[in-house]
Ligand binder design. Structure first.
Ligand SMILES: Nc1ncnc2c1ncn2[C@@H]1O[C@H](COP(=O)(O)OP(=O)(O)O)[C@@H](O)[C@H]1O
Ligand SMILES: O=C(OP(=O)(O)O)[C@H](O)COP(=O)(O)O
Length: 409
């Protein structure tokens, strides 16, 4: 097992001193799922309230910043945070101002007009190329604009602490900075998973951010007993085992890497459970015709090579549930299928039921995973913890130093 670096604790709000009449920029992760402009899961908004309330009580002038989706550095009306401001105002029970830009004259005026305890939300950070630029100087320049006129920075967007982005890393360096209450609370739970996970320890991986998340497997193999692979991720594994996967999500350039993971797992005695059956659909659509097929013969469905895999099959769901039931610790990130379409939600539901039914310690991470279990009718209390960050918690669990935490140490 590779040596575990001890991670230094992050600075908390106390380190910022008296914030009365101070302008405080707060990085939240208000990246909520939207459908036809409606918020379908408001978990991340609710999770941000503790810090905002505390700063209001302290008399700070609060400037909230967040991203929503991946608009790619240019304005996109479908990714506006305006609906989030309206919902935040209701949940907070206090006015939340909104301006339709992140930086610029209008944003500056609104920031300067804030009085003690007032809250302003700026438009989507990712409408600006500087936010996600690979060039550090560009990120620094954008962070300097965000920092203008501010006295302090609070990092509370746990879902993005694994990103080296202007509002996460460079902004924290530009101002006196500290972790907010959400980030501190998330780290508290994740520490329990990294320091003394009770065994057997199972990690369930799915979702669609496959290229982001495949990389964590190398390090997870040093830490877990069992890995269950579903969601969009499973097809790269099937391809690595020589199977055809029609038009399913596939990271072709990762096939060799995945073969390496499979070999390494065998060497280490880690069990990687791959689906035995999957649901093939005629197209990526809510009402698509579909059929259960053996995972090793995906193109045998009536859709042939045109088929697209949208869920794990019922046998797989049963075997995943069994493995979860035998585990003392379970971490799950990424839905097992396209749960937003009821016809392809059964795998995700089965895994959620198994987690809810086990006596072990269970953690679910990720915006869509959290949205999935809530939309399927599970209470947050059915699980040990629901983390607001999927990629962030996975990278934390694999032992990485996360850039957004390093700058707060
Ligand atoms: N087989 C699949 N093909 C395409 N998308 C999938 C598949 N399985 C799950 N998904 C999608 O993955 C998305 C969530 O992925 P991701 O963002 O990685 O999870 P999280 O937000 O929980 O970290 C969901 O919108 C779901 O529809
Ligand atoms: O949804 C998020 O992450 P998650 O899907 O890993 O939970 C965060 O808002 C980060 O978004 P990003 O993966 O576009 O940087």
């Amino acid at each position: 097992m590779s040596p575990r670096r001890r991670r230094p604790p992050v600075r908390t709000l106390e380190s910022l001193g008296d914030l009365r009449s101070k302008s405080v920029v707060v990085r939240c992760d208000l990246n909520v799922p939207l459908r036809d402009g409606e918020i379908t899961d408001e978990g991340r908004i609710r999770a941000s309230l503790t810090t905002i309330r505390e700063l209001r009580e302290a008399g700070a002038r609060i400037v909230l910043v967040s991203h929503l989706g991946r608009p790619g550095g240019a304005p996109d009306p479908d990714a506006s945070l305006r609906p989030v401001a309206a919902r935040l105002e209701e949940l907070l029970g206090a006015p939340v101002g909104f301006v339709g830009e992140t930086v610029g004259d209008e944003a500056e005026r609104a920031r300067a007009a804030l009085r003690d305890g007032e809250v302003l939300l700026l438009e989507n950070l990712r409408f600006n190329p500087g936010e996600t630029s690979k060039d550090e100087a560009e990120r620094r320049a954008f962070a300097a604009e965000l920092a203008r006129g501010a006295d302090a920075f609070v990092s509370d967007g746990f879902g993005v602490v694994h990103r080296r982005q202007a509002s996460v890393t460079e902004l924290a360096e530009a101002l006196p900075s500290a972790a907010g209450r959400l980030v501190a609370a998330e780290l508290e739970v994740l520490r329990r998973l990294t320091e003394h996970p009770e065994r057997p320890y199972t990690v369930v991986l799915g979702g669609s951010k496959v290229s982001d998340k495949l990389g964590v497997i190398a390090h997870l193999l040093e830490r877990v007993d069992t890995l269950l692979i579903g969601g969009g991720m499973l097809f790269t594994f099937l391809a690595a085992n020589g199977h055809r996967v029609g038009r399913s999500l596939l990271e072709a350039d990762q096939i060799e890497t995945v073969r390496g993971y499979l070999a390494e797992a065998q060497r280490r005695g880690v069990r990687i459970v791959l689906p035995g059956d999957v649901v093939a659909a005629a197209s990526f659509a809510e009402d698509a015709e579909h059929q259960v097929v053996p995972a090793d013969d995906f193109e045998s469905s009536r859709f042939g090579a045109e088929g697209i895999g949208l869920d794990i099959g019922p046998d797989t769901a049963r075997s995943f549930a069994e493995a979860i039931g035998e585990s003392a610790t379970v971490f799950w990130n990424g839905p097992m299928g396209v749960f937003e379409f009821p016809a392809f939600a059964a795998g995700t539901r089965a895994v959620a039921e198994a987690l809810a039914g086990t006596g072990g310690f269970t953690v679910i991470g990720g915006g869509d995973s959290a949205a999935a279990v809530r939309s399927l009718g599970f209470d947050d209390e059915s699980f040990g913890h629901i983390s607001t960050g999927g990629g962030a918690s996975l990278e934390y669990l694999e032992g990485k130093t996360l850039p957004g935490l390093e700058v707060l140490a």
